[in-house]
Design a protein around this ligand. Structure first.
Ligand SMILES: [Ca+2]
Length: 198
Protein backbone atom coordinates (compact mmCIF):
# COMPACT_ATOMS: atom_id res chain seq x y z
CA UNK A 1 0.00 0.00 0.00
CA UNK A 2 2.79 2.36 1.00
CA UNK A 3 4.69 1.67 -2.21
CA UNK A 4 1.51 2.22 -4.21
CA UNK A 5 0.98 5.61 -2.53
CA UNK A 6 4.60 6.66 -3.11
CA UNK A 7 4.46 5.43 -6.70
CA UNK A 8 1.26 7.40 -7.34
CA UNK A 9 2.87 10.50 -5.84
CA UNK A 10 5.95 10.07 -8.04
CA UNK A 11 3.74 9.63 -11.06
CA UNK A 12 1.76 12.78 -10.28
CA UNK A 13 5.01 14.74 -9.76
CA UNK A 14 6.40 13.46 -13.07
CA UNK A 15 3.25 14.37 -14.95
CA UNK A 16 3.22 17.81 -13.36
CA UNK A 17 6.86 18.33 -14.29
CA UNK A 18 6.15 17.19 -17.83
CA UNK A 19 3.17 19.50 -18.27
CA UNK A 20 5.17 22.45 -16.88
CA UNK A 21 7.97 21.76 -19.35
CA UNK A 22 5.49 21.55 -22.21
CA UNK A 23 3.86 24.89 -21.43
CA UNK A 24 4.82 27.20 -24.33
CA UNK A 25 7.16 29.79 -22.91
CA UNK A 26 6.13 32.55 -25.33
CA UNK A 27 2.40 32.42 -25.65
CA UNK A 28 1.76 36.11 -26.33
CA UNK A 29 3.80 36.48 -29.54
CA UNK A 30 2.10 33.33 -30.93
CA UNK A 31 -1.31 34.95 -30.51
CA UNK A 32 0.05 38.13 -32.02
CA UNK A 33 1.24 36.17 -35.08
CA UNK A 34 -2.14 34.52 -35.56
CA UNK A 35 -3.91 37.90 -35.27
CA UNK A 36 -1.64 39.29 -37.99
CA UNK A 37 -2.35 36.24 -40.17
CA UNK A 38 -6.12 36.69 -39.69
CA UNK A 39 -5.82 40.38 -40.56
CA UNK A 40 -3.83 39.51 -43.68
CA UNK A 41 -6.44 36.92 -44.71
CA UNK A 42 -9.24 39.42 -44.10
CA UNK A 43 -7.42 41.96 -46.27
CA UNK A 44 -7.02 39.39 -49.05
CA UNK A 45 -10.73 38.49 -48.82
CA UNK A 46 -11.65 42.20 -49.01
CA UNK A 47 -9.43 42.62 -52.08
CA UNK A 48 -11.04 39.61 -53.77
CA UNK A 49 -14.56 40.91 -53.01
CA UNK A 50 -13.56 44.32 -54.40
CA UNK A 51 -12.18 42.72 -57.60
CA UNK A 52 -15.31 40.61 -57.94
CA UNK A 53 -17.59 43.65 -57.63
CA UNK A 54 -15.49 45.48 -60.20
CA UNK A 55 -15.79 42.51 -62.59
CA UNK A 56 -19.56 42.37 -62.04
CA UNK A 57 -19.83 46.09 -62.86
CA UNK A 58 -17.73 45.61 -66.00
CA UNK A 59 -19.88 42.66 -67.05
CA UNK A 60 -23.10 44.63 -66.45
CA UNK A 61 -21.67 47.51 -68.49
CA UNK A 62 -20.73 45.14 -71.32
CA UNK A 63 -24.30 43.82 -71.35
CA UNK A 64 -25.58 47.41 -71.57
CA UNK A 65 -23.16 48.20 -74.41
CA UNK A 66 -24.11 45.02 -76.28
CA UNK A 67 -27.84 45.69 -75.91
CA UNK A 68 -27.54 49.42 -76.53
CA UNK A 69 -25.01 51.50 -78.40
CA UNK A 70 -21.57 52.89 -77.62
CA UNK A 71 -20.08 56.31 -78.28
CA UNK A 72 -16.51 57.00 -77.11
CA UNK A 73 -16.52 56.29 -73.37
CA UNK A 74 -20.32 56.07 -73.04
CA UNK A 75 -22.98 53.43 -73.55
CA UNK A 76 -26.61 54.37 -74.19
CA UNK A 77 -29.53 52.08 -73.46
CA UNK A 78 -33.04 53.02 -74.58
CA UNK A 79 -36.08 52.35 -72.39
CA UNK A 80 -39.15 52.30 -74.67
CA UNK A 81 -41.58 52.17 -71.68
CA UNK A 82 -43.39 55.50 -71.39
CA UNK A 83 -42.80 57.27 -68.08
CA UNK A 84 -42.59 60.75 -66.61
CA UNK A 85 -39.16 62.37 -66.64
CA UNK A 86 -38.74 61.76 -62.88
CA UNK A 87 -39.70 58.07 -63.02
CA UNK A 88 -37.48 57.52 -66.06
CA UNK A 89 -34.62 59.26 -64.25
CA UNK A 90 -35.07 57.18 -61.07
CA UNK A 91 -35.27 53.91 -63.03
CA UNK A 92 -32.10 54.83 -64.92
CA UNK A 93 -30.29 55.81 -61.69
CA UNK A 94 -31.26 52.43 -60.21
CA UNK A 95 -29.36 50.76 -63.08
CA UNK A 96 -26.29 52.88 -62.26
CA UNK A 97 -26.69 55.43 -65.05
CA UNK A 98 -28.11 58.89 -65.69
CA UNK A 99 -30.49 60.02 -68.44
CA UNK A 100 -28.52 60.56 -71.65
CA UNK A 101 -26.82 63.85 -72.47
CA UNK A 102 -25.33 64.03 -75.97
CA UNK A 103 -22.43 66.48 -75.97
CA UNK A 104 -21.68 66.83 -79.69
CA UNK A 105 -23.46 66.79 -83.05
CA UNK A 106 -21.89 63.40 -83.91
CA UNK A 107 -23.04 61.91 -80.62
CA UNK A 108 -26.53 63.37 -81.08
CA UNK A 109 -26.74 61.89 -84.61
CA UNK A 110 -25.68 58.45 -83.37
CA UNK A 111 -28.18 58.65 -80.53
CA UNK A 112 -30.95 59.77 -82.93
CA UNK A 113 -30.30 56.80 -85.27
CA UNK A 114 -30.17 54.34 -82.37
CA UNK A 115 -33.37 55.71 -80.77
CA UNK A 116 -35.29 55.75 -84.06
CA UNK A 117 -34.43 52.06 -84.52
CA UNK A 118 -34.93 50.88 -80.93
CA UNK A 119 -37.84 53.07 -79.75
CA UNK A 120 -39.60 54.22 -82.91
CA UNK A 121 -39.03 56.44 -85.89
CA UNK A 122 -41.13 59.39 -84.75
CA UNK A 123 -40.95 58.97 -80.97
CA UNK A 124 -39.87 61.57 -78.42
CA UNK A 125 -37.32 60.33 -75.90
CA UNK A 126 -36.37 61.98 -72.58
CA UNK A 127 -32.80 63.20 -72.39
CA UNK A 128 -31.11 64.11 -69.08
CA UNK A 129 -31.55 67.82 -69.75
CA UNK A 130 -33.86 70.15 -67.79
CA UNK A 131 -34.36 73.74 -66.65
CA UNK A 132 -36.22 72.91 -63.43
CA UNK A 133 -33.95 74.95 -61.17
CA UNK A 134 -33.69 78.16 -63.19
CA UNK A 135 -36.02 78.84 -66.10
CA UNK A 136 -34.14 78.71 -69.40
CA UNK A 137 -30.85 77.62 -67.77
CA UNK A 138 -30.56 74.08 -69.10
CA UNK A 139 -28.60 71.62 -66.97
CA UNK A 140 -27.51 67.97 -67.09
CA UNK A 141 -28.52 65.42 -64.39
CA UNK A 142 -25.64 66.51 -62.14
CA UNK A 143 -26.90 70.10 -62.24
CA UNK A 144 -23.98 71.15 -64.44
CA UNK A 145 -24.45 73.48 -67.41
CA UNK A 146 -24.48 72.06 -70.94
CA UNK A 147 -22.24 73.25 -73.77
CA UNK A 148 -23.83 71.43 -76.70
CA UNK A 149 -27.49 72.24 -77.50
CA UNK A 150 -29.62 70.98 -80.36
CA UNK A 151 -32.96 72.79 -80.02
CA UNK A 152 -35.28 72.79 -83.01
CA UNK A 153 -35.13 76.47 -83.87
CA UNK A 154 -36.83 76.14 -87.25
CA UNK A 155 -40.11 77.95 -87.86
CA UNK A 156 -42.11 74.74 -88.25
CA UNK A 157 -40.40 73.29 -85.14
CA UNK A 158 -41.87 76.06 -83.02
CA UNK A 159 -38.56 77.76 -82.16
CA UNK A 160 -37.68 75.57 -79.19
CA UNK A 161 -37.50 75.75 -76.24
CA UNK A 162 -40.91 77.40 -76.22
CA UNK A 163 -42.73 76.01 -73.17
CA UNK A 164 -41.57 78.47 -70.51
CA UNK A 165 -42.22 77.38 -66.94
CA UNK A 166 -44.67 74.64 -67.95
CA UNK A 167 -42.07 72.71 -69.97
CA UNK A 168 -38.80 72.03 -68.13
CA UNK A 169 -37.58 68.72 -69.57
CA UNK A 170 -35.98 68.05 -72.96
CA UNK A 171 -36.70 65.27 -75.45
CA UNK A 172 -34.85 64.17 -78.54
CA UNK A 173 -37.41 64.13 -81.33
CA UNK A 174 -37.28 61.27 -83.83
CA UNK A 175 -39.76 63.07 -86.10
CA UNK A 176 -37.64 66.23 -85.77
CA UNK A 177 -34.49 64.48 -87.05
CA UNK A 178 -32.88 64.40 -83.61
CA UNK A 179 -33.63 68.00 -82.72
CA UNK A 180 -34.61 68.79 -79.12
CA UNK A 181 -37.94 70.05 -77.79
CA UNK A 182 -38.90 71.15 -74.28
CA UNK A 183 -41.86 69.24 -72.88
CA UNK A 184 -43.90 68.93 -69.70
CA UNK A 185 -41.83 66.74 -67.29
CA UNK A 186 -44.90 64.79 -66.17
CA UNK A 187 -45.73 63.67 -69.72
CA UNK A 188 -45.01 59.98 -70.25
CA UNK A 189 -42.36 59.23 -72.85
CA UNK A 190 -39.60 56.75 -73.67
CA UNK A 191 -36.15 57.56 -72.27
CA UNK A 192 -32.47 56.84 -72.81
CA UNK A 193 -30.05 55.94 -70.02
CA UNK A 194 -26.32 56.70 -70.24
CA UNK A 195 -23.48 54.74 -68.60
CA UNK A 196 -19.88 55.86 -68.44
CA UNK A 197 -17.39 53.18 -69.44
CA UNK A 198 -14.56 53.13 -66.88
CA1 LIG B 1 -38.71 75.75 -69.03
Amino acid sequence: MECKGVCMLMLVLMLLNCSLQQTPPKRKPARKDSNAAIEELQKQINDIVEDLNHLKEQQALQRVCLKGTKFNSKCFLADPAKKSYHTASEDCNALGGVLGVPTSADENDLLRDYLRLSVGRDEQVWLGINDMVTENTWADPTGGGIQFKNWDTSNNGGRQPDGGRSQNCAVLSGAGQGKWLDENCSDEKASVCQFNVV
